[in-house]
Design a protein. Structure first.
Length: 316
């Protein structure tokens, strides 16, 4: 008895990752011959087969939300979704002797099922159990994305199911992101300045510039600021620190210099740099509408070679 495994939703910018798991009836009914890679089937055929598979086969689905993906990363999310799918099947107490996973990666490595796994590229079109898994996962995720289309109108989730199409990117630029968007995926990651805590630890202990930014963060916090974002990136510019103080939103550029022979931090802010900072601030406010109620200000902070804050100046 083979347990087939396939995933749907690894690459989209929004929505969950879904892993399907399926064991087919040993009697091999006629509909099994129609099974193939879900992408090679029409929507109508795929949905009809999904109904039959769920009714007559032993199936399970493993879901990992966009929030979970941002928290643990897509690699760990694939392992978690696979584990959840297998556990849902195991709960039905149907025995299997082999697990076939579509692709080259054993997402059950390190578990007690590791040695039962065979990985196989294109298995979703070669192994009927994997085909069944791909079909139920695809149909379930598409239905979820249709519900999102109604919940968050304007993004077009029903048509692109979360992938980074031109239409989807245009909607993000116009509407900002919604709770179902994956902030850890580019280009959204750069747009919102997303970083996992572990990423921050590495960056903050290895970069001279980051040490200067840390000093400014401490300085601002001592002054009563609430730091809301670090290293917010756009295509053209990066804002080092975004903070709130007395109903004002500060976008601060940090300049760390060993000496002031060529002027302080303010001397480094020419018109070109100022325009880039303004652009980045506008993008931030577009993507984070909850901050639009604050009065936005651009600022620069100077830090010396000993990581002492020399000045903090509002420039616009």
């Amino acid at each position: 008895m083979i347990l087939g495994i396939d995933e749907v939703g690894r690459g989209p910018l929004a929505g969950p990752l879904v892993v399907g798991a399926a064991i087919l009836p040993s009697s091999r009914p006629d509909w099994v011959e129609d099974l193939r890679d879900s992408k090679k089937l029409s929507v109508k055929k795929r949905e009809k087969l999904s109904e039959v598979i769920l009714a007559e086969a032993t199936c399970g689905l493993g879901w990992v939300s966009a929030v979970e993906i941002d928290k643990i990363g897509i690699s760990e999310a694939l392992k978690l979704a696979t584990s959840r799918a297998v556990k849902s099947v195991q709960g039905l107490h149907v025995k299997f002797s082999e697990i076939v996973i579509d692709g080259k990666v054993n997402f059950l490595k390190g578990t007690n099922l590791e040695n039962f796994v065979t990985t196989m590229p294109k298995a979703d079109n070669l192994i009927k159990e994997v085909s069944a898994a791909s079909i139920i996962a695809k149909v379930a995720r598409d239905a979820y994305m249709r519900d999102l289309d109604a919940k968050y109108p304007g993004y077009g989730f029903c048509s692109h199911v979360g992938y980074g199409t031109a239409k989807h990117m245009a909607a993000i630029r116009e509407l900002g992101i919604c709770p179902e968007h994956r902030k850890s995926f580019e280009p959204i990651k750069s747009m919102v300045g997303f970083e996992r805590p572990s990423d921050n630890v590495v960056k903050n202990t290895t970069s001279i510039g980051a040490k200067g930014e840390n000093a400014v963060c401490e300085y601002l916090c001592d002054k009563g600021h609430e730091v809301r974002a670090r290293n917010f990136k756009t295509k053209f510019c990066e804002i080092d620190i975004v903070s709130i103080y007395e109903e004002k939103l500060y976008f601060t550029e940090v300049k760390t210099r060993k000496n002031t022979d060529f002027g302080g931090g303010l001397a480094a802010i020419d018109k070109k740099k100022l325009d880039k900072m303004k652009f980045a601030a506008e993008v931030f406010l577009k993507l984070r509408p909850e901050y639009q109620k604050y009065d936005p200000l651009l600022a620069v902070a100077s830090v010396d070679g000993d990581y002492r804050v020399l000045d903090f100046v509002v420039i616009r």
